[in-house]
Design a protein around this ligand. Structure first.
Ligand SMILES: [Zn+2]
Length: 481
């Protein structure tokens, strides 16, 4: 069973890894054989034993995508509420005054996670890094999904508190933060030893401004001792940028450099508001160099931020500066292929040029960039010896026609609609567009009630006591009668 061999015969297009050029290339009309041992063959006719053969004439085969930043906890029920709103005094960001009010309860956690995992798989993701609060099914659902999972239990010592609609304050409770940190350590210890071999743990001091410098340094030292990755939200909003300036006079990368924590095992979530960003008006241009020299990775999640009128300046510029960037989805719609499209568009807007970033660049970020951030050379590429994590794209889908360059068609037009099958470790996780291992439809049915409950709690928790109608008015007036 474990070494069952599958062969895709005469695949019309394959996105293959060229080791000598260190980049993806197209190959046409080749056989691809794989098993749980990995990619066994990629080239002309495979003459060895095969347990299953798949006709490849109408397929593009590509490596599975690596999503290095997403949140399963509450985001699936945040949909439709705050897309048209933000806090004007906090640069238009909706995070602190609005989004933070939406928390899923214990009954909703599994449904939220299931929906996220399913939507990621349907858009070609085979590896994900989920930053969330641990719940009883978190590990088991990740295992059951069949995905390759990096689970990052978030912990922090301060929570956000809004004063009116103009000022962000911090409520510090270091004892509780330490408890959460201890729980996170216990959780990752358990996750990393899971026999599936597909699960790893990541240490996640949640946000740079909600953890003390001591806790960040301690957590990073602990992760390094255990050979684990670390991820921290940093430079994600102007409010955070200004708070760090107020506390230390430093930007996020400067502070993390002083703390001795930047390095190739650190993934910074978002990392938008650096000293070169036009909104920050800093007088230095050092941050991209800091990240590049230290090998620190950035998790770029354009959709959530573009919704609030913000973007990294620019993905192309980060890559040219030598910063390793991977792609994440952060929040809904958990559609990795749409995220890639938005990453391209945002980069060209911010860089004011069609030449700022091309399709190959963004695909590389979502595969090789993510793999590098996770310290892996066996995922995000199709080559003999790599893991059998791959995506079969249906070239016959209307959105893929006509075919001149199928990767461009997929990213600029078809997105998840053309994703037919997805394999992780040679096992099918999406088959004919259906999720194999999880009850996706059942989980979707739970979201409506879960969102209603969360909205009731948001009304109770809002410091200004606003009703849902005031917090999240409909996009159109509702006709009466
Ligand atoms: Zn995030």
């Amino acid at each position: 069973m474990t070494d069952r061999i599958t062969v895709i015969r005469n695949a019309a297009w394959v996105v293959a890894w060229d080791e000598s050029a260190s980049r993806h290339i197209f190959r046409q009309d080749v056989d691809l054989a794989f098993s749980s041992a990995g990619i066994l063959h990629l080239g002309s006719r495979y003459a060895g034993h095969a347990d299953e053969e798949i006709a490849g004439a109408s397929l593009m085969v590509m490596p599975g995508l690596v999503n290095i930043h997403c949140h399963s906890g509450d985001e699936p029920i945040a949909k439709g509420l705050f897309e048209d709103i933000g806090t004007a005094a906090l640069w238009g960001n909706a995070l602190y005054e609005y989004s933070a009010l939406i928390d899923s309860d214990a009954d909703a956690k599994a449904a939220c996670q299931t929906v996220m995992l399913a939507d990621l798989m349907r858009s070609g993701v085979t590896t994900h890094l989920d930053i969330a609060s641990p719940h009883s099914k978190w590990l088991s659902l990740a295992v059951e999904s069949g995905l390759r999972s990096y689970l990052a239990p978030g912990f922090r010592e301060a929570s956000w508190r809004m004063a009116g609609s103009h000022r962000l304050d911090f409520d510090w409770n270091k004892d509780r933060g330490r408890e959460r940190y201890a729980e996170a350590l216990a959780f990752v210890g358990q996750a990393r030893t899971h026999p599936s071999g597909r699960i790893d743990g990541v240490l996640a001091p949640s946000q740079i401004e909600t953890c003390s410098e001591e806790l960040i340094q301690e957590a990073v030292a602990e992760a390094r001792g255990r050979g684990m990755r670390i991820t921290i939200h940093a430079a994600q909003t102007m409010a955070e940028h200004e708070e760090l300036l107020r506390r230390t006079g430093e930007t996020a990368p400067a502070m993390l450099e002083r703390l001795g924590v930047i390095g190739p095992d650190l993934i910074l979530g978002h990392c938008i508001f650096l000293d070169h960003h036009s909104w920050t008006r800093q007088r230095s241009r050092d941050d991209l160099g800091r990240l590049a020299r230290s090998g620190t990775s950035v998790a770029h999640c354009p959709v959530t931020f573009a919704r609030s009128g913000m973007t990294l300046e620019s993905l192309g510029a980060y890559r040219r500066a030598g910063v390793n960037v991977g792609i994440g989805t952060d929040s809904y719609p958990f559609n990795m292929l749409e995220e890639l499209r938005e990453a391209l568009i945002c980069s060209r807007f911010a860089g004011r040029s069609v030449f700022d970033l091309d399709t190959a660049d963004v695909f590389s970020a979502a595969t090789i960039g993510g793999a590098k951030a996770l310290g892996r050379e066996d995922i995000g590429r199709l080559a003999p010896g790599a893991k059998a994590d791959l995506v079969l794209v249906d070239l016959n889908h209307a959105a893929m026609q006509p075919v001149h360059d199928p990767l461009r068609n997929l990213i600029h037009c078809a997105a998840e609609r053309a994703v037919r099958d997805v394999y992780v470790n040679a096992q099918t996780v999406v088959k004919d567009r259906r999720i194999v291992n999880l009850d996706y439809d059942g989980a979707v049915r739970e979201l409506q009630d879960a969102q209603r409950r969360a909205c009731r709690r948001a009304e109770q928790d809002d410091p200004q006591g606003r009703s849902l109608d005031a917090l999240a008015p409909y996009s159109l007036p509702l006709a009466r009668g």
